[in-house]
Design a protein around this ligand. Structure first.
Ligand SMILES: NC(=O)c1ccc[n+]([C@@H]2O[C@H](COP(=O)([O-])OP(=O)(O)OC[C@H]3O[C@@H](n4cnc5c(N)ncnc54)[C@H](OP(=O)(O)O)[C@@H]3O)[C@@H](O)[C@H]2O)c1
Length: 266
C-alpha cells in the first residue's frame, strides 16, 4: 500500500482501540481492490469526543469513519444527518463525510447481525429473543430483529433505565412486537444475544444467569475476541449453539463500506 497526498482516509473511532480489527480488514480489502485509501484507528475518549468530531468534519481528505465502542450513541447526536435505521435506533456506526464537511451517519450493526445469523442457519422470524445490552450495538440489533419479525424481545442491561428506554422506543416503532425490559430475563429464549462489552476483559462474567440458556437455544455474541468467553463456555456446558461476532462483522462489511465509500462499494 502506497500512501500519498491523494490517499483518502477512513478512520475507526474508538476507546479503547488496541483490540480493534477493522483497520486490518479494511486495509487488506483496499489493497486487494487497488484503492487509494487507508484505514487508521482514531483514539478519542468520550470527554474529548465533541472536539475531535469538529476536527474530523474539517479534514478534506477524510472519506468517513467507523464508530465503535463507546461512541455510537453520542455519534447519533453529533451527526449532521442520519440514515433511516440510525434515526430509528438512535445509534451510528458508520459516518460519511460529504465534500462540504457534513457528517452523515447510519447504523449497520443490526443488519450485519441478522445477515450473519441467517448465514449461520438461524432465522429470527418468530424467535423468542433474550438480548443483553442497551448500548449502540444492542439498539441496532434490537431494531433489526424487530424488522426481521422476531416473536418477542426481552432486554436486560446493567443500567435498567437504558433497557427500559430501548424497549419503549422499539414498542413505539413496532406496536405488534412483544418487547419489554426485564430485570433478570426469562428462560425459554430461542436466541440469546450478548451485545454488551462483557467478555472483552479477562475475567468478565456473564451478562445474565447461565440457567436462562436452554439446550436447544442459540447464543450469539457481538464481540469477536477474545474467545472463548465465559458465555461460550456456558453455552457449551448447556448444549447450546454458540456463535461469536465474526458473522455479524462479515454481514455488515459491504453495506458499511458502501456508506463511507459509495464510489467503490455501492
Ligand atoms: N461483531 C461486530 O461486528 C460488532 C459490532 C459492534 C459492536 N460489537 C461488540 O459489541 C459490544 C458492545 O459494543 P457497543 O458499541 O454497543 O458498546 P456501548 O454502546 O458502549 O454499549 C456497551 C453495553 O455493554 C454494557 N456494559 C458495559 N460494561 C459492562 C459491565 N461491566 N457489565 C455489564 N454490562 C456492561 C453497557 O451497559 P450500560 O448501559 O449499563 O453502560 C451497554 O449495554 C462490544 O463487545 C463490541 O466489541 C461487535
Amino acid at each position: 500500500m502506497q500512501i500519498s497526498g491523494t490517499t483518502r482516509l477512513v478512520g475507526l473511532l474508538a476507546d479503547p482501540i488496541a483490540q480493534v480489527r477493522t483497520p486490518q480488514a479494511f486495509n487488506a480489502l483496499f489493497a486487494e481492490r487497488g484503492l487509494d485509501a487507508v484505514t487508521v484507528g482514531l483514539h478519542a475518549a468520550a470527554e474529548g469526543l465533541a472536539e475531535a468530531w469538529r476536527g474530523l468534519a474539517r479534514l478534506g481528505n477524510l472519506a468517513g469513519f467507523v464508530v465503535s465502542i463507546p461512541h455510537k450513541l453520542d455519534a447519533a447526536r453529533l451527526c449532521d444527518a442520519l440514515g433511516p435505521r440510525a434515526r430509528l435506533a438512535g445509534t451510528v456506526n458508520a459516518v460519511r463525510r460529504e465534500p462540504d464537511g457534513r457528517l452523515v451517519g447510519e447504523t449497520f450493526d443490526g443488519e450485519g447481525f441478522v445477515t450473519g445469523l441467517r448465514a449461520e442457519g438461524f432465522d429470527p422470524a418468530g424467535a423468542r429473543v433474550l438480548l443483553a445490552g442497551a448500548g449502540g450495538a444492542a439498539a441496532s440489533i434490537a431494531f433489526a430483529l424487530a424488522a426481521a419479525r422476531a416473536g418477542s424481545i426481552d432486554i436486560v442491561n446493567r443500567s435498567p433505565a437504558r433497557a427500559k428506554d430501548l424497549a419503549g422506543r422499539i414498542a413505539a416503532a413496532c406496536p405488534r412486537l412483544a418487547v419489554k425490559a426485564s430485570a433478570t430475563g426469562r428462560p425459554g429464549a430461542d436466541l440469546v444475544v450478548n451485545a454488551t462489552s462483557l467478555g472483552l476483559s479477562p475475567g468478565d462474567g456473564l451478562p445474565f444467569d447461565a440457567a436462562l440458556i436452554g439446550p436447544g437455544s442459540w447464543v450469539a455474541e457481538a464481540l469477536i475476541a477474545p474467545m472463548p468467553t465465559a458465555l461460550a463456555h456456558a453455552a457449551a456446558a448447556r448444549g447450546a449453539r454458540h456463535i461469536d461476532g465474526r458473522p455479524m462483522l462479515n454481514g455488515q462489511l459491504m453495506p458499511l463500506l458502501g456508506h463511507i465509500l459509495p464510489d467503490h462499494f455501492a
